[in-house]
Design a protein around this ligand. Sequence first.
Ligand code: GLU
Length: 529
Amino acid sequence: MQTRVRFAPSPTGQVHIGNIRTAIFNWLYARHTGGKFLLRIEDTDRERSTSEAVTQLLAELSWLGLDFDDTPLYQSSRLAEHVEHSKSLVDCGHAYPYKKGEGGEVVLFRIPWNADSFPNIRDCQSASIALHPDVPVRINANGLSYAQVSKKGKPMPTESCLAGFRELEIYDTDRAKIFSLEPVVDEILAGGQTVSLENVSEMTFLRREVYFNDLIKGELSKPLDSMKDLVIVRSDGTPVFHLANVVDDCHQNITHIIRGDDHIENTYRHVLLFQALGAAPPTYAHLPMIINAQGKPYSKRDGDAYLGEFRDNGYLADAVLNYLTLLGWSPGEDLEKMNRGELIERFTLDRVQSSPAQMDINKLQHMNGLYIPELGEADFIQEVRAVVKNEPWGKDVDSNYFSAVARLMQSRTKLYSQAKEWGYFFEEDISFDEKFVRKHLQKPGIAEALLEIGESLRSTPFELPSIEQAIHDVTDKRDIKQGKLNMPLRIALTGVPTGAGIYEIILLLGEETVLRRLNHAITVLCTSG
Ligand code: GLU
């Protein structure tokens, strides 16, 4: 059977990296298996969904190169189908209208009492719960309300679905059995009747659970007595996420649901909804959460968290795709840098880890720095030119000179935005950080050495080998270790301690600028302070 997966975002704002990582894993899985990658826009929340968010989402999928198959399905266009399905669930007894308190009437999905057509429900063991005698147990078609006893002996009110309590028996404070559910359950389920029991002390029942096998997390289960019947249609007649999500997964014949593990609680319910709708649940794969260095969910507070920010801050789509794929997945063999083709070829769900994956912005930058040197020169120049155009020095730069600088800097650039730091190539006057000046220029002998370098450069052709030779001659003459003068020179000429090779920088700056900056360093910087 052909794999069919979907990315089903709710377009309520910017696209978080967690969501886009979900999209990437779905896309990779579809492409690896030769299946379909579908896009479903879950825009049923009319208040929070916006068309701007949809536009942005589509642009970002396209930026990342996540092409989808078929036209996107807009969930809002399927409202009538969702309502239709809620009606058929009511007709076959899997759902019922319910009015609680002042609110209007909602439709609730019944966690099934009779599990004959629900293979994902199974019996566990007998269980008992101590009940607080001050709070009566109430039982009706909507479920059970009762109070457990806290450690301090206080009542802890609880509500559960009826289905959690097969073989329920309730005892009073004299330990006498005062209620058995099985003989009257049909009557109760048929509606109307509420049983109320006072002076209770304990209930015993057969615990049942819903379970499913997750490709990443293994077998997961949840006791039915910890669940409640589920709202599937609000009192205003609109279907809720659970119904729309499951009905559309059936409609799109989804074979695998790959989504964040924050959805596991929903999945226990969805598995039952699929079966109530007469469909087999798809295979699930819940992805580990993305966390920060403190182990908390990664959010805006931790730095860039939306895909658009990474794009705007100078990251390459290929590097982001590569890095995000490694958040929770690895191909083994310590492989990290992989192009699209390699990722598709190697991606399998059995290599997705189940524990949280830590976002490390330095690693992402490092990854970006591996991709930038591979870019075509012209593409790189175009990108960095766009970055610097708003810098005070960046508007009217000479194209040839800018290209020469860009060529020199490409292999050292980790982010396009670092091009903003190239001002020392273009500005007449540059600024100096006092800390670096003190550390590298205000040292005995530096002014003299720089003076000699200036003289030596003046009397030599301004070409790479002779520039290098001129500097070597000075270090030899002064009996200093080779390279020792590079940092002072770098600070004097660029103001910053990092950048390209110093000889190449000198060549590009040109003789006049180099001599002027050396002179400034000798007469002002080396002596001040
Ligand atoms: N709209 C849901 C979300 O963005 C979809 C979850 C799913 O993939 O089923 O969280």
